[in-house]
Design a protein around this ligand. Structure first.
Ligand SMILES: C[S@@+](CC[C@H](N)C(=O)[O-])C[C@H]1O[C@@H](n2cnc3c(N)ncnc32)[C@H](O)[C@@H]1O
Length: 379
């Protein structure tokens, strides 16, 4: 069996490292990783030991060192700020792309690298950086396949639409017969190996049949010899949450309730979805993640009716109506579960909740990347 030795770059909390360790029937391990953020490095060390991770800037990695590392795979999530929906979208002109560029420029000179897995935000798929990346990969002999996927595609009740690229040197992906492949989304696969190329069409361009295969089935078909299951057991939020959480400790503050009550993304224990948790969770409101209504004896509609009635004239009455709902933030542990980190993931003792949210908000959904690692090495 081939041995795959992974270099994990922009390692953060080590989401890729967990995905690699989740590959039960493969000879694959992370042998080295690089990360610049001290808190991420400390957390990584707690979970994966002190030897693997280097607290180093990736810009200092040379061709010679990359060859010396004796790795044949690179897994990485380069900074996403140059491409985010709410950012300035400076793309290749943003200095935060420099380290990503640097790694790509090393590839033509490092023939030992045979496998790549790259993650970035939704928005990256239409960037100049992606164009540059594909040009370099194709001229270096890589076959590539790209995805836009969310954990919700696999039954996990949390949205996190992300761009993923799998690349293999000299080894085609057998499940995709199209060249060049388009970016693959849910419901675009056909069991014949074709895909539906047009977003609006559900007809397979290869066999002309209706396409309805889910990505989870695709993974199952292409990794059939693996023993692990790729489907999560439940899609309800309650199985990711702690009913006994101290509501006061995580309560959404009054000033946020009063001012931003109408833009909070409210969820209940019975819901089967939640918004993407970003690094700004708890200090930004809009689009940074969901909050939880803990009091089930008051209806949300009733509380909001009173809130909107009194908001401009009687702030105490408006506030009281929302207070009754007992709205709290998801705890870091709950966010961690929704990101599919394993139960035994540990944090350094002195790390604040704010830092945990920040690191988790930058991280990857472990379930999704576990599936993609499986596709990369087995299909
Ligand atoms: C999107 S996050 C990575 C998430 C990671 N895959 C995880 O599972 O948590 C990007 C990470 O790259 C790190 N980073 C950014 N620029 C870097 C550089 N030049 N050298 C090393 N690490 C860098 C950031 O500190 C951040 O933790």
């Amino acid at each position: 069996m081939e041995t795959i030795k992974v270099l994990e770059l922009f390692a953060g909390l080590g989401g890729f490292h967990i995905a690699v360790n989740n590959q039960k029937d493969a000879n694959i391990q992370v042998v080295k990783s690089f990360e610049i953020n001290v808190n991420a490095v400390k957390t990584y060390q707690e979970n994966f030991g002190y030897d693997v991770i280097s607290n180093r800037n990736i810009l200092s990695l040379s061709t010679e060192e990359l060859i010396r590392q004796n790795v044949n795979a690179i897994f990485m999530s380069p900074p996403c700020q140059p491409f985010t929906r709410l950012g300035k979208k400076l793309d290749v002109n943003d200095d935060r792309c420099n380290a990503f560029h640097h790694v790509l420029k090393l590839l033509p000179r490092t023939p030992n690298i045979q496998y790549l897995l790259i993650e970035n935000v939704y928005g990256f798929e239409s960037s100049k950086m992606r164009e540059n990346m594909l040009e370099i990969l194709q001229s270096s002999g890589f076959y590539t396949i790209e995805f836009l996927l969310s954990p919700t595609d696999f039954g996990v009740p949390n949205s996190r639409l992300r761009y993923y690229l799998l690349a293999r040197k000299n080894k085609k992906f057998t499940f995709c017969k199209h060249d060049p492949p388009s970016i693959l989304k849910e419901f675009t696969y056909c069991t014949c190996g074709g895909i539906s190329l047009h977003e609006q069409s559900s007809i397979c361009s290869n066999c002309q049949r209706e396409v309805n295969t889910k990505i989870s089935s695709l993974v199952q078909q292409n990794t059939g010899n693996m023993k692990q299951s790729f489907l999560v057991n439940t899609s309800k939020l309650h199985s990711y949450l702690d009913e006994k959480t101290d509501i006061e400790q995580y309560a959404v503050p009054d000033k946020i309730l009063l001012r931003y009550g109408n833009i909070l993304d409210l969820r209940t224990f019975q819901d089967s979805s939640s918004c993407c948790f970003t690094k700004g969770y708890t200090h930004l409101v809009e689009g940074s993640g969901s909050v939880l209504v803990c009091n089930r004896s008051v209806t949300i509609e009733e509380a909001y009716k009173a809130y909107n009635e009194f908001k401009e004239t009687n702030s105490e009455a408006a506030l009281n109506s929302l207070r009754k709902l007992k709205i709290r933030y998801f705890t870091p542990k709950e966010v961690e579960r929704l990101m599919c980190f394993p139960d035994n993931y540990i944090w350094p003792k002195d790390l604040s909740d704010k830092t945990k949210y920040k690191l988790l908000g930058n991280s990857v959904n472990v379930h999704v990347v576990t599936l993609l690692v499986a596709l990369l090495i087995h299909s």
